[in-house]
Design a protein around this ligand. Structure first.
Ligand code: TYD
Length: 139
């Protein structure tokens, strides 16, 4: 079986240049991210209690970074679930394609930066959880 597992998702630690004037973190495209970055978007001004992105992608891979504040990423492969808390600007969560994921529990002023492997394509979304489970070979 070729299905994705939540254990394929992994936290990546980016370089940190600590400085009394303020810290600095950087990402180089082919060095720190396991795919070529095709698109960057960010989520901000999230009202308390709201969640975003309850779906999976057929092909898209992404890295999610809490640039400011904190949030949780809920991951589900149709069998196992995992919740990853992001609360430092030097961590990124790699999420492979074919993983159901939801961003939730945003703190006040949280900014979630998402690096994506493909341009925006509505056809790549799987928004029906039961269809996702069938496609990921878990049902
Ligand atoms: P979507 O990914 O559907 O967010 P969520 O799953 O949290 O509801 O994006 C919301 C809207 O934004 C959708 O109508 C399409 C648009 N959008 C773009 O045009 N380009 C993008 O890169 C993204 C991420 C979204």
């Amino acid at each position: 079986m070729n299905s994705r597992s939540v254990y394929d998702a992994a936290v990546i630690q980016f370089p940190r240049i600590l400085d009394n004037r303020g810290n600095l973190t950087f990402i180089e495209a082919r060095r720190h991210i396991p795919f070529d970055i095709a698109r960057v978007y960010w989520i901000y001004d999230v009202p308390g209690g709201e969640s975003r992105g309850s779906h999976a992608y057929r092909q898209l891979q992404e890295v999610i970074i809490a640039l400011s504040g904190s949030l949780e990423v809920f991951l589900d492969d149709g069998m196992a679930q995992k919740v990853v808390t992001l609360n430092r600007a030097y961590y990124g969560l790699y999420v492979p394609n074919m993983i159901w994921r939801r961003m939730q529990q945003f703190s006040t002023n949280a900014v979630a930066l998402v690096l994506a492997s493909l341009p925006y394509s509505p056809e790549d979304y799987i928004r029906d959880y039961d269809q996702f489970k069938r496609m990921n070979g878990r049902q």
